[in-house]
Design a protein around this ligand. Structure first.
Ligand SMILES: *Cc1c(COP(=O)(O)O)cnc(C)c1O
Length: 361
């Protein structure tokens, strides 16, 4: 069994469950759940914000952030492929009456600064009021560098806009960038957040919690966010059980993301090797570059439609989406590495693909 569909599939470890079982509990809507308060303080301290707020999902922390920064009729600049724009059911428009202004991504996952600047509307009654820039890091497994993050924050400040990081996988970006800046991943994450008004962080992905996300910002921002969270139905009660998992994750599961990145590179290198060696795969399977824990592979559609069920029968799950390239119909497979995927799981997947290639030949 190896579930590569997402890092959301991770199961809480025994140690994490123990921490959950022993958590001191109160009522978080009354602001007196001690473990949730501890988690919020811990995260705010780590990332350099005044305050934090625990919520059920990253979709909700993003929506809370956008609704706390923007009023009805305001506009948020987003990427075409951003989660906040494409993968959250249009929540900002439906529930927040916020107009998204999507921009095309560059191949490195960034939005060009000149595109952002050009999208900012003048103060004119014809236009929505541009109010917020949203940045996603990591994005589709790609890491936006520190210099770029700083430039966007500076642009937002210069134009009087708020800026928010959708940092669902911020820690993956921090782990990837930390060595070149000679920082710990925790300090790296803090640097990435500098100059931003808010950040949303998923605990339920690579960090290994069953549920939960955090929103971080100033005291005043989190006070507004708390009202929005209540309005959206995200005010929960004895959340200490979930917050305890979050504390365990922030204390124990950040540095180990490097293992997921190494496993993901191993998978990419292995697949590239197989695609060179095995006639059945030659020219039909391409592994895209890996920066963190997500690998995309482009597989010729007919081959992919045999490969996926072959792997599924052997307990290997992954997702894929079809697209049309100049070379024909392609399925882009997504492999996500996480704390429930071991190096052995990666090697076993490679062995299965090797056996598959021998069989289809
Ligand atoms: C997963 C994810 C979210 C939020 O996901 P939930 O499943 O709602 O917790 C937000 N942004 C990005 C980039 C994500 O990958």
């Amino acid at each position: 069994m190896a579930d590569f569909r997402s890092d959301t599939v991770t199961q809480p470890s025994v140690a994490m469950k123990q921490r959950m079982l022993n958590a001191a509990l109160g009522d978080d809507v009354f602001n007196d759940d001690p473990t949730t308060l501890e988690l919020q303080h811990y995260a705010a301290d780590m990332l350099g914000f005044e305050a934090a707020l625990f919520a059920p999902s990253g979709t909700q922390t993003n929506l809370i952030a956008m609704m706390s920064h923007c009023q009805r009729g305001d506009e948020a600049i987003v990427g075409q492929q951003w989660h906040t724009y494409k993968w959250e059911g249009g929540g900002m428009a439906v529930l927040g009456s916020i107009q998204p202004q999507p921009l095309e991504l560059q191949s490195d996952g960034t939005l060009a600064l000149s595109d952002i600047a050009a999208a900012i509307k003048p103060d004119d009654p014809h236009f929505a009021r541009t109010r917020l820039i949203v940045i996603e890091n990591s994005v589709g497994g790609k890491v936006l560098p520190l210099g770029y993050m700083r430039d966007v924050a500076a642009l937002a400040k210069d134009k009087g806009l708020a800026c928010h990081i959708d940092g669902a996988r911020l820690m993956n970006a921090a782990v990837a960038l930390a060595p070149q800046h000679n920082l710990t991943p925790q300090k790296m994450a803090r640097e990435l957040c500098k100059g931003y008004d808010s950040v949303s962080l998923c605990l339920s992905k690579g960090l290994g919690c069953p549920v939960g996300s955090l929103l971080l910002g100033s005291h005043a921002f989190i006070a507004r966010a708390k009202r929005v969270r209540k309005m959206l139905g995200g005010g929960m009660r004895q959340t200490g059980m979930l917050a305890a998992a979050g504390l365990y994750a922030l204390e124990n599961n950040i540095n180990r993301l490097a293992d997921d990145h190494a496993n993901c590179r191993r998978l990419a290198d292995g697949l590239t090797h197989l695609a060179q060696q095995l006639p059945a795969l030659q020219g039909k399977l391409t592994a895209l570059p890996v920066q963190t824990n997500i690998l995309f592979t482009d597989v010729e559609l007919q081959l992919a439609e045999k490969l996926l069920p072959y792997l599924a029968e052997r307990g290997i799950k992954l997702t894929g989406s079809n697209y049309q390239s100049v070379n024909g119909s392609i399925k882009r497979l997504r492999w996500v590495c996480h704390l429930d995927i071991s190096r052995e799981d990666v090697d076993q997947a490679l062995q299965h693909i090797s056996a598959f290639a021998a069989e289809v030949n």
